[in-house]
Design a protein around this ligand. Structure first.
Ligand SMILES: [Zn+2]
Length: 366
């Protein structure tokens, strides 16, 4: 969740640091960091559909969930070096409670999402010592260079919370910590508040990125960006860059339709904790602003790609699965409402209709 893999970052960070689009064969710029060239990552075999279709090494695992294969470990270590992370990931054990929890989480997804995953999610690789967060996904290119799907990597050691504790931890990470307050996010009823459902929510977010890559809902898909203007999602919340433009002017940033009411949106950074530009005094005003937007969560307001991933997970979680979503601020013995699901509210009506339409799009299921 925290780290965006390099190739995604290439499309993604383009919005903030203007690395050129690094889709294989389209690289105009090939930066080197810590001795690793970006092209070593962008052209790595694990980013090609041929790798995931070869032999039986992945097909034998019916669920396509298991320890990271050697090529993926090599890829992650290269990526860690490129990103400046010191961790050296290793495969998670083949037979573990974590593996069973991930399998349980995947099996519990609604049928519509499992159908997408069967066709577009090539593998869920389990590792230890990932570095940079709990997990991420990367795009896998088809033979024509467009996004065929993706793979997800999860760090066993970083996923040790139950669902509500994990969601609360993530939400609070956007504000400087304080001893006298906490943000409480409820995504599960008490009987379902377990690690499987934390993993489930994280997987849905990452599958949202896979769907985005395939249909080109935002800029994440690289080769698919020509579709952005036509699919109707991007324009609901974002004004800059224009949908047809892949590369942002250096130093420029994404702009949402709601930035005039909160010009500091771009300072919002999850997992920043002590480095956050926001503290407890900002919490109420920030969520008041959020309730006037069509972002279903605060995380969705950080970028167009995470807007899609968060809209996907929250739509599936609340609308399809009928699970709870509510955020409260607890301070000085008081509990104050901050946010609830937006899907029955007029503020998200257009986004709800768009999510429903996009989930039914044939490209995702072919
Ligand atoms: Zn994300």
């Amino acid at each position: 969740m925290k780290r965006l893999l390099t190739i995604i970052t290439a499309g993604f960070l383009c919005q903030v640091s203007c690395i050129q689009n690094a889709w294989p064969g389209e690289t105009e710029d090939d930066p080197v960091r810590n001795g690793i060239r970006l092209s070593q990552l962008s052209s790595h075999p694990v980013r090609s559909i041929a790798y995931w279709r070869q032999g039986d090494q992945f097909k034998v695992q019916k669920t396509r969930i298991g320890p990271a294969p050697p090529e993926l470990i090599e890829f992650m270590r290269l990526d860690n070096t490129f990103q400046g992370y010191s961790e050296r990931p290793v495969p998670a054990p083949r037979d573990s409670e974590f593996l069973r929890d991930v399998e349980t989480a995947m099996a519990s997804l609604p049928r519509a999402v499992r159908r997408i995953a069967e066709r577009r999610l090539f593998y869920i690789a389990l590792v230890r010592d990932l570095g940079g967060g709990t997990g991420y996904m990367d795009v896998v290119a088809g033979s024509d260079g467009s996004a065929a799907g993706g793979f997800i990597i999860l760090d066993e050691g970083a996923l040790d919370r139950n669902a509500n504790a994990w969601a609360s931890w993530r939400e609070g990470s956007a504000f400087q910590p304080g001893a006298d307050w906490s943000i409480e996010v409820r995504i599960e009823a008490p009987a379902n508040d377990n690690r499987v459902n934390a993993i489930r929510y994280i997987l849905l977010h990452e599958i949202g990125h896979v769907v985005d890559a395939v249909i080109g809902a935002t800029q994440i898909g690289g080769g698919n960006t020509q579709n952005i203007a036509g699919n109707g999602f991007y324009d609901l919340s974002w004004t800059y860059p224009p949908p047809s433009q892949e590369i942002v002017v250096p130093g420029d940033t994404l702009r949402s339709r709601f930035d005039s009411a909160w010009p500091d949106r771009e300072l919002l950074a999850f997992y920043s904790f002590n480095e956050s530009r926001y503290d407890v005094a900002d919490i109420q005003p920030v969520y008041q602003w959020l309730r006037g937007t069509n972002f279903p969560t605060l995380y969705a307001a950080t970028s167009s790609a995470d807007d899609f991933a968060e809209s996907f997970v929250n739509y599936v979680h609340v609308v399809l699965d009928k699970r709870p979503f509510e955020i409260r601020l607890r301070q000085g013995g008081q509990s104050e409402f901050l946010l609830s699901s937006c899907w029955e509210s007029p503020r998200c009506a257009d986004k709800k209709a768009t999510m429903k339409r996009l989930l039914l799009r044939a490209e995702v299921l072919q």
